[in-house]
Design a protein around this ligand. Sequence first.
Ligand SMILES: Cc1cc2nc3c(=O)[nH]c(=O)nc-3n(C[C@H](O)[C@H](O)[C@H](O)COP(=O)(O)OP(=O)(O)OC[C@H]3O[C@@H](n4cnc5c(N)ncnc54)[C@H](O)[C@@H]3O)c2cc1C
Length: 455
Amino acid sequence: MLKGAESEPGTDPASGKPLSFPRGVIVPGRSEQKTRFAPSWQTDCCIVGGGPAGTVLGLLLAREGVSVTLLEAHKDFEREFRGNTINPSVMEVMEELGLVDRLLGLRHAKIHRFTAQAADGSVTFADFRRLKTGYPYILMLPQARFLELITAEARKYPNFRLVMGARVKGLIEENGSIRGVRYRGPDGPREVRARLTVGADGRFSQLRRLAGLEAVEASPPMDVFWFNLPRKPDDPEDAGAVFRFGPGSLLVLMDHSEYWQVGYIIRKGGYERLRDAGLPALRHSVAELAPELADRVGHLKEWKQGSLLSVGSDRLRRWYRPGLLLIGDAAHVASPVGGVGINLAVQDAVVAANVLGGPLKSGRLRARHLAAVQRRREWPTRLVQGAQTVAQRWVVSGTLDASETFRLPVLLRLLLRTPFLRDLFARLIAFGAWPVHARTEAGDTSKCGEPALIQ
Ligand SMILES: Cc1cc2nc3c(=O)[nH]c(=O)nc-3n(C[C@H](O)[C@H](O)[C@H](O)COP(=O)(O)OP(=O)(O)OC[C@H]3O[C@@H](n4cnc5c(N)ncnc54)[C@H](O)[C@@H]3O)c2cc1C
């Protein structure tokens, strides 16, 4: 029996009820329960952040038989404008996990192509129907539904535990290694001790800051103000994602089939000016860029109907420290160009599970395994961020800095007429720079690894 397990059962931080621990979980002894963060409990892997990266990693590790604790700061997944896109690469992973039919059973829309429309005509710069995949589209699905599905599946495994409303405040560090986290949960301060802590806590990562990991800037910054406008029955069907270029302004329209998701792109720090100019000015500008929506811009009545995405794209130099790995936005904040942040986050999770599942189960996790995750994911991330930088410098900044209506550069138009290049953009958006695949076989969940600290 595990140390302390016979003394007194612990309590589930989420429900406060006594826990029946799976193998691999230590119930705290009486002495530990007297400490400020008592009762502490132990797991193989503690994941901080229930976004796409954290939930998918949690599910994949739980399937492999690793004991996982996932801590999410919010009490539910209902948050607006976190990005509602599921790219073909994620669809293929969902198929590998046997979840694709359930995903497609949820209310969704599909985007088959991205089109740029400027004063001198339009050009399709990514047509997903040309790709060799069973899922030649971007699935538009509220992110909350996706996260609920993933966590519902993960909860089927007794070795998976999700604590909602648990905000991590500190790292437990011993002898230069991270041994877990301290968090404030629904029932007060707690701690989780883990062989591995994964920071999947997004673009404002607390773990990145606490661990003192250094970042380099990846793309020039910009801001996007997102909001929704209603769709009407006679709007064009299957419009996809449309980028509209005007004089000094750029608008993205995404067809959700029941509504339009609208992104108004502005220079970094331009939000104050946008607000100072007032909502009528914004409505006017949107109507100019998208005259077909002029009859409904009035639905935008308050700033709080929208959400500002402050884009500061960067990437960590090192994604890990002994006992700690960062993935998803916590490791590399994505620019919104191409809508690939969720894709990158899920791909990180898949690679992390493939590389770390075995060592975590056997208790032989070393820093070199964490380095291997960074090695496999850093270049694909850099390539995507590099392409985003080119698009931002060449097209987005060119538009925002122009006093006249932006015209797509002739060279770009010619390049986009080349099927190879057009497919290259589509492939980069759909699959990233390096496709990843999940292990389809679930592991033996009755044999969770015994806890052991990383040396
Ligand atoms: C307005 C907006 C629109 C976007 N649109 C798109 C899009 O269309 N397509 C696309 O691919 N990407 C889009 N993105 C980017 C995308 O949301 C991210 O790239 C992606 O969600 C990253 O996933 P993640 O799991 O790494 O982090 P996140 O999704 O940010 O998840 C991090 C989680 O960690 C939790 N957390 C944070 N701090 C703590 C803490 N201390 N303790 C516990 N939990 C914590 C947060 O509550 C959150 O749930 C958009 C982003 C924004 C902000």
